[in-house]
Every structure is written in C-alpha cells, then in structure tokens.
Design a protein around this ligand. Structure first.
Ligand code: CO
Length: 305
C-alpha cells in the first residue's frame, strides 16, 4: 500500500539517509563526527606555519607537508597559517581559504579527532611560537575542564632551535647543504630576528657554525646579529664572495626583497656596495631534507610526551 509505504521501512530509510547527508554536508569532514562518540581513537596532525603568499614560499611549506605525510602515512594531515595578513591576501587574491590554528583545531575537534599533534615550523621559540602554544594550551584546558569541545590529547612540537642539541644539528645540516658555496667564499644565513629574548638563538647558531667553519655567518633582519655585526665579521676574513641564504622556513617576501632583492637596502646590494661579489639562494629551511627530518623528529617527540 502506497500510503503506509511512506512511513514504512524504505521511507524511513530515505529520511535517515537525508539526515545523514545533511550531517556530512554541514560538517567539513566526512561524517567523522561520530568517531569520538564510538570511543575510537582518531589521530591528526596540524602543521602550523607563518604562511606565505608567494608560490616560492608556499613550496617550502608543501615540502614540509610532504615529508610529514611520508613519515605518518596513516594520519590525516592539515595545514594552518598563523599570519592573518597572508591568509586574507590569499583569500582575496586566490579565493583560497586557509584556517588559522584555532579554527583548524576547532574543526578537527568537531570532526571527532581525539589525538592531535601540532607541528610548529618556527625556527625559534619567540612570540609567534608562544601565540601558538597559547592556542594549543586553550584546547588542553578544554579537555581538562571536562568539556567535549577539546581533544583527549593534544601536543605541540618544539621549534627548530629550542634545545642545546638543536644548534649542533641545524648547524650540521646547513654546513652540509651549503658546503660548495662555502668553498672559497662566505655563506651568510639571514634569519628573521626578533625583539624577543629567543633572538639569542641566532647567535648560538653562529657559534655552532664557527666551531666547524670560519666561512659561515648568521645575521638577522630584525634582531642580532645585525647586518653591521655580520659585515664586521666578514671584514676580518679574506672572503671576496658572499652567498646569502634565508634562515627562515620559507624563502618568501623577506628572501626576495630584504635579503636577495635588487633594491638598494637589501643585504645583497649593501654587501655588493662593500665590494663583495654577492649572490643569493632562494631556498627556505623547509626545503632542506635534513631540516624536514628535524621537524619530523620534533613531531615524534611531541607525540611521545
Ligand atoms: Co617579517
């Protein structure tokens, strides 16, 4: 009978399917909302990067993402940017929406992830890392306060330069990656630099490099060692050739303008003005395999905490 069939099994099934479809479309995931309720563990990784609005910079973030995917093939991996300026620029120019960590984590919690590790791609534990830490801690507090809004477990990996061993390890990676540039010339790594106390990490990296070779220098755009510090040290050597390399996760805006750009104020132009034969490499730290391994190790450490 047609009338009863509407309320019968197939009719009910149609309504149920419709309701399920609504759930799937209203969440950004694939119906995973139910996973946590069934007591299953659902692991996820969120890669947090400052971000970059240029394809060259995005390539370094993509390279890190690929390395993490290779290391954790069965884990869902997402990427968030911390720079709102960059996110807005990408949204308006490319129509692509990238989430900031708090939003990305809220979505993951909503989709039923239970165990999440956040990968910090910061070079030093500065103000930006602390901001990310505050967001992660917020999600920790949610769980500890007994709400279902957070995760059962959430951890955050340490920045590239955060303990004594890191300086040695990053120095070795840089020495190996730029060995040919340092033959008969100087290699100057230029970090971002900051007013934050963690800026001291760049000077510690310099010491670690000098232990191995007098041809490697470290400077920063906004902190210490400054351009003048690097120039003073360079002048003590016989180097006539200088290769500039960004000591940042990505080779983006700073690399193409302040470091290796052709404008008068770039490090490349300033050093050329001092009589050095200058060139620049546009490869972010994230594009070095050794640095990718370092990041993956930091992520493993965070997960085993
Ligand atoms: Co900057």
């Amino acid at each position: 009978m047609r009338g009863s069939n509407l309320l019968g099994f197939s009719g009910f099934r149609r309504i149920l399917l419709f309701a399920l479809a609504l759930c799937v479309f209203s969440s950004t995931g694939s119906g995973a909302v139910f996973a946590a309720e069934q007591g299953e563990m659902k692991r996820g990784i969120l890669i947090a990067a400052f971000g970059s609005s240029v394809p060259e910079g995005q390539a370094a973030i993509a390279a890190v993402e690929t390395a993490v995917r290779r290391a954790f093939p069965d884990t869902e991996i997402r990427v968030a940017y911390t720079s709102r300026i960059i996110m807005r620029k990408i949204a308006s120019e490319q129509g692509r929406v990238i989430d900031e960590p708090a939003i990305a984590l809220a979505k993951m919690a909503y989709e039923g992830f239970t165990d999440v590790a956040v990968l910090s791609t910061h070079v030093i534990p500065g103000a930006e890392y602390q901001d990310l830490e505050a967001v992660v801690n917020g999600f920790k507090v949610m769980n500890e306060s007994g709400t279902k809004a957070g995760f059962e477990r959430i951890s955050l990996s340490k920045p590239l330069l955060s303990n004594a061993m890191d300086f040695e390890r990053l120095a070795q990676s840089l020495l190996a990656a730029y060995a040919s540039e340092a033959r008969g010339g100087a290699v100057v790594f230029v970090g971002h630099g900051t007013h934050h106390f963690s800026d001291a990490a760049y000077s510690a990296l310099q010491i670690a490099l000098w232990r191995e070779s007098p041809n490697f220098f470290v400077g920063t755009i906004e902190g210490l060692p400054s351009y003048d510090d690097v120039l003073a040290q360079l002048k003590k050597t016989r180097n006539k050739r200088v290769t500039l390399v960004p000591a940042m996760l990505v080779a983006g805006d700073h690399a193409y303008n302040d470091i290796g750009g052709s404008e008068a104020e770039s490090w490349k132009s300033l050093l050329a003005g001092e009589g050095y034969e200058t060139s620049a490499r546009f490869q972010g730290l994230g594009q070095l395999e050794a640095v990718q391994r370092l990041l993956v190790d930091k992520l493993r450490e965070a997960w085993s905490e």
